[in-house]
Design a protein around this ligand. Structure first.
Ligand code: PMP
Ligand code: GLN
Length: 379
């Protein structure tokens, strides 16, 4: 684990605290999820829900997750064998990789990748094969020839993150179709990290890879209450998929944490059943915040990329004279009181990404306005 001793989130959040800076680095909202969900957690705590929940998750949450899959995507899941509650999407990713990847086998992933992917592939003794996003206008697209080249007889799994952290890119249906074709051709499994499934902007909709022909039986789908209900500290995530693959993740999960988030599970079940209007309103609000922060960055002199979903927008500070994103992010908290994270923390080959910086817009309007003012002083 030597290459993984510290995370960029820890480093940049510590700098933000030290300099009392606005933290647009680590992606967490600064306001709460639906009030009825918070009240449901309090109720669960006060009514004795404070001991170990069942290993696979409390029945009310597994049933709510199955109902959510049916209502949103038309997928039928057996709540007892095809749904697994995890300690955030982070444990879902770890459990899926540890459960399914033999040492020496390869895992294909999009680059930049969420930081835990590389660490968990390393824990499993696997080998990562990265497929870069490449610039396309003001957005990004998958490098199709690199995707085809990344798959081979040693591929165990492909880890697909759409909507994508850190870029805010939503993969196209053609990208998903090619991933499905290669996954089937090489008899691999797909692990889809869809934690931003309800935070798409400008009329876009989530298209799960699991829905493509031949993929249902080989895809584990991961999501999390953290993003859907703005409760990143609760650490309630889940995996859905065919029973044999879910069982593999469960086998690993039971020796990672066994169980977690006891009183928060019924609260998330309540939110999944009753608060999807809140989720839709929140997504519309995030789209607006995305536009406000993107415009502020542009006005401040950055070259700003298109963000289609999620919590983040990426911006290039080279027009302001900064060519190294890490240097920029280490300097900004002290200099102007704003923290961000460098995209090069999420890559193997940092050349194409060295300059780029990720900013979180999941913040209150007044916080974004203050950050905009501070960023404006960079010129
Ligand atoms: N995957 C992605 C793409 C993420 O951005 C995050 C963090 N928010 C996670 C997984 C981890 O989710 P959780 O906080 O539920 O563990
Ligand atoms: N997912 C969040 C981000 O990308 C935070 C994750 C973390 O703190 N490990 O910023």
């Amino acid at each position: 684990m030597r290459p993984f001793t510290s995370t960029v989130f820890a480093e940049m959040s510590a700098l933000a605290v030290k300099h009392d800076a606005i933290n647009l680095g680590q992606g967490f909202p600064d306001s709460d999820g639906p009030a009825s969900m918070l009240a449901a957690a309090v109720d669960a705590i006060e009514s004795g829900g404070n001991q170990y929940p069942p290993g696979i998750g409390v029945p009310s949450l597994r049933h709510a997750i199955a109902a959510h899959e049916r209502d949103h995507y038309g997928i039928d899941r057996d709540p007892d064998s095809q749904v697994l509650v995890t300690v955030g999407a982070t444990e879902a990713i770890a459990g899926a990789l540890l459960g399914l990847v033999e040492p020496g086998r390869e895992v294909v992933m999009i680059e930049p990748y969420y930081d835990s992917y590389a660490a968990c592939v390393a824990l499993a003794g696997g080998v990562r094969r990265t497929v870069p996003l490449v610039r396309d206008g003001d957005g990004f697209v998958l490098d199709r020839s690199a995707l085809a080249a990344a798959f081979g007889p040693n591929t165990a799994a492909v880890l697909v993150n759409s909507p994508h952290n850190p870029t805010g890119t939503v993969l196209t249906d053609d990208d998903l179709a090619q991933i499905a074709r290669l996954t089937i051709e090489y008899d691999a499994v797909a692990i889809t990290d869809e934690v931003y499934e309800h935070l798409l902007f400008d009329g876009r909709g989530q298209h799960p890879l699991a829905l493509l022909p031949g993929m249902a039986e080989r895809t584990l789908r991961i999501s999390s209450a953290a993003k859907t209900f703005a409760c990143t500290g609760w650490k309630v995530g889940w995996i859905t998929g065919p029973a044999d693959l879910v069982a593999a993740a469960r086998a690993a999960k039971q020796f990672l944490t066994y169980v977690g988030s006891g009183p928060f599970q019924p609260a998330v079940a309540h939110a999944l059943r009753t608060e999807m209007d809140w989720v839709r309103a929140n997504a519309a609000d995030l789209a607006r915040k995305r536009t406000v922060l993107s415009n502020a960055l542009r006005t401040a002199g950055f070259d700003v990329h298109r963000s289609e979903a999620g919590y983040f927008v990426c911006a290039d500070p080279r027009p302001l004279g900064y060519s190294d994103g890490f240097e920029f992010c280490r300097e900004m908290p002290a200099r102007i009181g704003v923290a961000a994270v460098p995209v090069s923390a999420f890559v193997d080959d940092d050349q194409p990404w060295r300059h780029l910086v990720r900013f979180a817009f999941c913040k209150r309007d007044e916080v974004i306005a203050e950050a905009a003012e501070r960023l404006g002083s960079l010129r």
